[in-house]
Ligand binder design. Structure first.
Ligand SMILES: Cc1ncc(C[n+]2csc(CCOP(=O)(O)OP(=O)(O)O)c2C)c(N)n1
Ligand SMILES: [Mg+2]
Length: 325
């Protein structure tokens, strides 16, 4: 059976492709639905970064935990959330994954152990550390992966979290998605240390940088890191070098990047490159690829239809899940 680098078999290789396309098409549809007024509030798209979520999460057990930030649709989908429930959440409908009460930045899917998106930069990090602590306390063979951006490494929560994770030898994989910008501020204007993976040295946490545009590279390196963590090796830090093709959020005019820079990154497109590789290495043919794409188009259209038809959250939900009487 064909494999890439003797590493994954055909169904696994194809699943990596399918999941990346699912995220890309889901996000493209979100942009459309947002501009039509079906989705409101803040929405941050993950287009361009798909290989990071898919490569990382595919290396985990279903029972492992994932914590995200506010650019969270891709992580939730990669962890197994149903696309129609995520879309309905963005529409603010009662059938959404958080019954329409969370929205784009606060997805949560306990059954798939997706432990939330968080709008506060770095806010997910202490939560992931807490999950790591509970894993050790219960003596489980699990890992918690925490995704955050390059902007988060300048937050106090990052430093407190990294310190405690190392001190208590917690099974946490810190995945910094370095897309080179925190809103409109580039990394070199925000971080005294340009190589972000070096930040982990302060806490004696092993770390590395990985090409986040290559799903196989991501998958391999995360697998290795997770193996070490499961053996009791303590936390690990990976800087995934990637790029978001779209603006910071749907509300950002995106005037801080040059077309030349964008073109360089789009040339490294994780999906196109991987599709070419699958074909060149004889894993799949163009017919199979277009079949996968068509199936995903159908899935996304069904997700939109489901969301449109779904009811608003009922009025009796108004005071549920709030602290005030
Ligand atoms: C504590 C805090 N400070 C500021 C903000 C406003 N803010 C929202 S997103 C963002 C940029 C973060 O960039 P990064 O961590 O690189 O993630 P990316 O958006 O690139 O995925 C900022 C400053 C916030 N949400 N929380
Ligand atoms: Mg960033």
């Amino acid at each position: 059976m064909p494999k890439i680098d003797n590493f994954l078999d055909k169904p696994e290789l194809i699943e990596l492709y399918r999941k990346m396309v699912l995220i890309r098409k889901f996000e493209e549809k979100c942009a459309q639905m947002y501009s039509r007024g079906n989705i409101s509030g803040f929405t941050h798209l993950y287009i361009g970064e798909e290989a990071v979520a898919v490569g990382t999460i595919s290396a985990l057990f279903d029972k492992d935990y994932v914590v995200s930030a506010y650019r969270d649709h891709g992580h939730s989908l990669a962890k197994g959330s149903a696309s129609k429930e995520v879309m309905a959440e963005l529409f603010g409908k009662g059938t959404g994954i958080c019954r329409g009460l969370g929205g784009s930045m606060h997805l949560f899917d306990q059954k798939n152990r997706f432990m939330g998106g968080y709008a506060i930069v770095g806010g997910g990090i202490p939560i992931a550390v807490g999950i790591g602590m509970s894993i050790n306390y219960k003596d489980e063979d699990l890992v918690c992966v925490c995704f955050f951006g390059d902007g988060a490494v300048n937050e106090g929560a990052f430093h407190e979290g990294m310190n405690m994770a190392k001190l208590w030898n917690l099974p946490v994989l810190f995945v910094c998605e370095n897309n080179y910008y925190g809103m409109g501020t580039s990394v070199h204007r925000a971080s005294s240390v340009e190589k972000i993976y070096k930040r982990a040295c302060s806490y004696d946490i092993p770390s590395m940088a990985v090409n986040g545009m290559d799903v196989i590279e991501v998958r391999k390196n995360v697998s290795n890191a997770v193996k070490k963590i499961r053996r009791g090796g303590g936390p690990y830090f990976i800087e995934m070098q990637t790029y978001r093709y779209k603006a910071h959020s749907m509300a950002d005019p995106d005037r801080y990047r040059t077309p030349e820079e964008e073109a360089i990154w789009k040339d490294r497109d994780p999906i196109e490159r991987y599709a070419r590789r699958l074909i060149t290495e004889g894993i799949i043919d163009t017919y199979e690829l277009s079949e996968i794409n068509d199936n995903i188009d159908n899935e996304i259209n069904e997700a939109v239809e489901f969301s449109q038809k779904s009811p608003e959250p009922s009025k009796d939900m108004l005071y549920k899940y709030v602290y005030a009487e």
